[in-house]
Design a protein around this ligand. Structure first.
Ligand SMILES: C[S@@+](CC[C@H](N)C(=O)[O-])C[C@H]1O[C@@H](n2cnc3c(N)ncnc32)[C@H](O)[C@@H]1O
Length: 700
């Protein structure tokens, strides 16, 4: 039968934008049903509804697929863990078997016979487990800087002071061909001559400083694996080294657990005595053993004991689940113990991504598209207290106006369809018809894979590394200085002129999955907040390999005017609290006169996202921040997005260069002592700086 001409036409229209018939067919079918065969609706605007529906369904499918994959991965991991545990228990079981007892596979609870002699001995001096060395940041930069080490004393102002950018970067070519919307510097001259200005050589691109976190360096003392095993086998020699944790209420003797020596378990002669031992070995086994006096009541088989306890639980504790299983409970205890102890044992194999991903916290509390776990393998510091928000929130006076009416026609691509990447190249051979791309100099900032294009990325990296070489803007009357003083306003210290990425948004004709929408889709990578080993406090790392130019996250916080921020700091009894502000000054040069409510910053102290954990690294940081215009054409408000500066391996720390000049003695706020570990550290000439532990405040 000849196909309905309208159907054929719809297929043709979709083919033209690269959608094959088999994808169109089911969606068209659904759409016809939804629209009750009203073809006009489907055909309107060159089949826009159909194209949108196809892209939406693709997106939903991809999401579904991703979810399934995540679930499958989680299940596989869980399964693997269970199998490993069962295997370990089996080995343990065999090694600690009482000869007379019939063999019972995978026994998790064992009773020690009343006349067992002491079954453990321990080395009283070896009570702590050395902490596992957390993975250090990998110094794996693709830049060759052969001359740097032989340079004279580098004051840190310019990390490779007498080297040109091209000496340092292995890249070729000149400045980016992509002209992502540059700032409209209207040629304003600074009010002071360069010589008179108190300008640090390295001007913070954000004009802010962060406080030093209160890092408790006390190690977690975990019970060290004992030299000899806990075993209820009177004859067998010690085989599996186990550490014993004795819960205090159940022991009469020494209750030392974490820090004190682990004493041998006393032979059980007292009828009333019962002891629960939880033991771990250096290779990860967990054993829970129960010691009781059973002289008058010979021990029956394990299953009947478990059954008795389960019944007792049901009756006396009134647990409502009749399927309660003590075996499962014991397994869970072992699992938890393994979870807690796993990362701290040096003799264990190096942590794997699967291990570290297996954390139960989601610091984003389900508000991000992915789970963001938190681990501390270094000390006992608890997770910091703050409100997690996935998007910026205006505090009070900041002028951030999102009205659609303010988006002009040349500020959106109203005529685009579905995916601007597809439609733009389809409609104009070679050139780019998308108005958003036109705004960015005729090219999209992203590749089809969603990565920032190399030229643009390299340009942003260069600019961040050496703002002096690029354009700096000096305000006539700097809002930062104005917020600090009611009297004489100090001269502007300069602001970096930044390149912007312009993303499509609501008023654009494209669909949500358009390739020119990356930052607005939120975090897509597996990230983890972790305690850094080098005294920088918490940090952020990736759990997956990342390509160069990948979007990681944006800096989210409260949107404050600089005046509000200054006020906050002044009023705060604990000024150190205000440690996470970033200036949104990338386009101040374009405004003829910036009003106070337009001079904005982001403060992630109380409300923020994962970015508040990103530590500073001089020069060769793994991330670079790029201003991104999404919903607001006014560049005094924008999104500050982090992209990778190079390939980043799973478990590497994600860092960015705060742009601090550690030598700037005139700065009202002294910087923290930098522990970035970079060979280009601008602060490394003063390792014993007096103010190393002081906490510092904002305000440029
Ligand atoms: C945005 S916070 C980063 C997260 C922080 N480490 C935490 O635990 O919350 C900035 C603060 O972290 C610390 N920090 C960041 N980078 C550092 C570095 N390279 N060396 C030492 N401290 C650093 C400083 O105290 C800084 O004020």
């Amino acid at each position: 039968m000849a196909p309905n001409p309208r159907v054929a036409k719809a297929f043709r229209a979709m083919r033209e934008i690269g959608i094959p018939e088999e994808k169109t067919k089911p969606v068209l079918k659904d759409l016809l049903k939804t629209y009750e065969k009203n073809w006009e609706l489907i055909e309107a605007e060159n089949y826009r509804a159909l194209a949108d529906a196809i892209f939406d369904s693709e997106e939903a499918e991809a999401l579904e697929q991703k979810k399934k994959q995540e679930i499958a991965e989680a299940e596989a991991l869980e399964q693997k863990k269970k199998l490993e545990l069962a295997e370990r228990m089996k080995v343990l079981e065999e090694e600690t078997q009482i000869p007379e007892e019939p063999e019972r596979p995978l026994k998790r609870l064992r009773l020690r016979h009343q006349d067992s002699p002491s079954c453990t001995t321990s080395n009283p001096n070896s009570n702590t487990t050395p902490l596992k060395k957390p993975k250090l940041e990998i110094d794996d930069i693709p830049y060759a800087i052969p001359r740097l080490r032989s340079q004279g004393r580098n004051k840190g102002k310019q990390p490779v002071s007498d080297m040109t950018e091209s000496d340092v970067l292995t890249e070729t070519g000149s400045e980016s061909g992509i002209s992502v919307r540059h700032l409209r510097n209207k040629g304003k001259e600074p009010i002071l001559s360069q010589e008179k200005r108190v300008v640090s050589d390295r001007v913070s691109s954000h004009g802010v400083r962060f406080k030093e976190p209160k890092v408790k360096q006390s190690p977690v003392f975990l019970v060290k694996p004992k030299d000899e095993p806990v075993t209820d086998d009177t004859s067998a020699p010690a085989v599996v080294p186990l550490a014993v944790i004795r819960p205090e209420p159940l022991t009469n003797g020494d209750s030392s657990t974490e820090n004190g020596p682990v004493k041998p378990i006393t032979p059980v002669n007292d009828k009333s005595t019962s002891i629960i031992d939880i033991a771990t070995s250096s290779s990860g086994e967990v054993k829970i053993s129960l010691t009781c006096n059973s002289s008058e009541n010979p021990i029956k088989d394990m299953d009947s004991i478990l059954k008795t306890i389960e019944d007792k639980c049901l009756q006396s504790v009134k647990l409502i689940d009749p399927n309660i299983s003590l075996k499962k409970l014991m397994t869970d205890i072992c699992d938890s113990l393994l979870d807690n102890n796993n990362p701290v044992n040096e003799s264990q194999p190096e942590e794997s991504v699967a291990d570290v991903a297996n954390s139960h916290h989601d610091i984003a509390k389900g508000q991000e598209p992915v789970i963001i776990s938190l681990v501390n393998e270094v000390n006992s510091e608890s997770p910091p207290s703050f409100h997690y928000i996935p998007q910026n929130a205006v505090f009070q006076n900041a002028y951030v106006n999102f009205s659609l009416a303010r988006i002009s026609d040349d500020n959106c691509c109203a005529t685009c369809l579905s995916d601007c990447f597809l439609t733009s190249s389809a409609t104009s051979a070679g050139g780019c018809a998308c108005a958003c791309a036109v705004q960015s100099g005729g090219e999209f900032a992203y590749t089809k894979e969603g990565l920032v294009k190399e030229e643009l990325l390299d340009e942003c990296i260069k600019m961040n590394r050496n703002p002096q070489k690029h354009c700096l803007f000096y305000c006539k009357e700097c809002p930062l200085e104005r917020s600090k003083s009611e009297g004489i306003v100090e001269a502007c210290k300069g602001h970096s002129v930044r390149s912007f990425i312009k993303e499509c948004w609501l008023k654009c004709g494209c669909a949500k999955m358009c390739g020119n929408r990356v930052v607005q889709r939120g975090i897509q990578r597996k990230l983890q907040v972790f305690m850094t080993p080098g005294g920088k406090g918490w940090g952020l790392r990736t759990l997956e390999d990342l390509p160069k130019g990948a979007f990681v996250c944006e800096y989210v916080g409260e949107v404050l005017t600089n005046a509000e921020l200054y006020d906050r700091v002044q009023k705060s009894s604990n000024k150190d609290e205000h440690a996470y502000p970033v200036n949104l000054d990338a386009d101040w040069g374009a405004e003829s006169e910036l009003k106070d409510e337009e001079a904005l910053c982001l403060d992630a102290t109380y409300y923020g996202n994962v970015a508040r954990f990103i530590n500073h690294r001089c020069w060769d940081s793994t991330l670079v921040e790029i201003p991104v215009e999404v919903e607001n054409p006014d560049h005094h408000y924008y999104h500050l997005a982090f992209f990778t500066t190079r390939k980043v391996k799973a478990l590497e720390e994600l860092t960015w260069d705060y742009g601090i000049d550690f030598d700037d003695e005139t700065h009202p706020v002294k910087a923290f002592r930098c522990r970035c570990g970079s060979r280009f550290c601008r602060n490394n000439k003063r390792p014993n700086s007096n103010y190393s532990l002081a906490l510092y405040l904002i305000v440029d």
